[in-house]
Design a protein around this ligand. Structure first.
Ligand code: TXA
Ligand code: MG
Length: 344
């Protein structure tokens, strides 16, 4: 299959390309779609066969449910039932945006999309191209991140092409994703709201909106052998480049000394801006300044993928403090590192 590369420079002039993508989706095909968080691998969320193909193409285990993407608030009541007040408040406050809500599903959603769960993940993305596509298709679009399972999520169309060219019908290319880490997932189907995955909407923002939200503590440590995460997807190795990732924590001087002492000739350092010259004899790549959590989030996955294109065996990484969007960045980096952290 030849993957069509549909470049959107102007949402009005390039509308025929969005219509083409919508037609492909309605024909049961898979299309890479831009969102403000990461690129998604979209299919008609009401078509069980098309949604099933997402799992095959990504190599995704079938017990890992998909997010459905909507383009208008009214649709929430079509696909979800028993929607609690807290969900309405969060939806009003943060949609369209980088937030996914877990709610009880209606029977319109095929089993394969929710991996047989009684709940469904829903998101109303804040990307003009994604919204236009969903509006034209007039169906909810089921979409996980458009990477091969286990790899860093794609934040540019070229990442989708590198992972999936030849296996999907098209990619809608609208440039780099603004947020760069996946949406915050909040389970509002039970009595208390729980954050299953940190993302672009921070725990503090959620607390300000609805009073309280529990952050799943398992997000920042390795899972025990018999432990089940709240979001099924969080149990899988994820966000990992081919190179081994090691987080090095400590004062910048100590980190520098530790990294410079490591003999690996093919090592790289994923560092903060301004630190590039601290490291001798190693490839350095800055992904943002230490406290600019938004820019660290925007660049993290692209940086991991860039290093993966080179012949690098180990990536020593600086990890931000777990504050604001830094919480999401730290969570992704810990997963990419398989929780391998050196304290110096
Ligand atoms: O920003 C995002 O959320 C991106 C863009 C494309 O929207 N999508 C994304 O999807 O990150 P994915 O499939 O890579 O991650 C979805 C996560 C998985 O960890 C999955 O297990 C969890 O959401 N999930 C989906 N349905 C769920 C449910 N009913 N209950 C608990 N977790 C659920
Ligand atoms: Mg994913």
């Amino acid at each position: 299959m030849q993957t069509e590369h549909l470049i959107i420079n102007d949402i009005v002039k390039d509308r025929p390309k969005i219509e083409r993508a919508a037609a492909l989706i309605l024909a049961g095909e898979l299309v890479g779609i831009p969102t403000e968080t990461v690129y998604g691998l979209g299919a008609n969320g009401l078509d069980a066969d098309a949604a099933g193909r997402i799992f095959d193409v990504k190599g995704r285990p079938r017990d890992n449910p998909l997010i459905i993407h909507l383009a208008q608030m009214n649709d929430l009541d079509r696909y979800c039932i028993n929607i609690p007040e807290a969900a309405r408040i969060l939806a009003d406050r943060f949609w369209p945006g980088p937030m996914t809500l877990i709610l009880e599903r209606s029977e319109l959603i095929p089993d394969i999309v929710t991996a047989g769960l009684s709940t469904v993940a829903v998101r109303f993305p804040d990307h003009p191209v994604a919204r236009e596509l969903i509006r034209i298709a007039k169906v909810p679009i089921a979409a996980p991140s458009a990477n091969l399972s286990g790899k860093p999520s794609p934040t540019r169309a070229v990442h989708v092409i590198n992972d999936l060219a030849g296996r999907i019908a098209a990619v809608l290319d609208a440039g780099p994703s603004r947020v760069g880490v996946e949406s915050t997932i909040i389970d509002v189907s039970g009595k208390t709201a729980r954050i299953l995955r940190p993302g672009g909407i921070t725990p503090q923002q959620i607390e300000e909106a609805i009073g309280s939200a529990e952050l799943d503590t398992a997000l920042f440590r390795p899972l025990g052998a018999s432990e089940k995460p709240l979001a099924p997807g969080m149990k899988y190795r994820h966000y990992a480049p081919r190179a081994k990732v090691v987080i090095v924590r400590g004062e910048p001087g100590n980190v520098r000394d530790y990294v410079n002492e490591q003999p690996d000739r093919s090592a790289a350092v994923l560092c903060f801006s301004g630190e590039e010259n601290l490291y001798t004899g190693k490839r350095t790549l800055a992904y943002g300044s230490e406290t600019d959590y938004e820019s660290l989030g925007e660049n993290l996955f692209a940086a991991l993928r860039e290093l993966d294109c080179e012949d690098i065996s180990v990536i020593y990484a600086r990890c931000p403090r777990p504050e604001g969007v830094g919480i999401a960045v730290a969570n992704r980096l810990l997963k990419a590192a398989g929780h391998e952290v050196v304290e110096v």
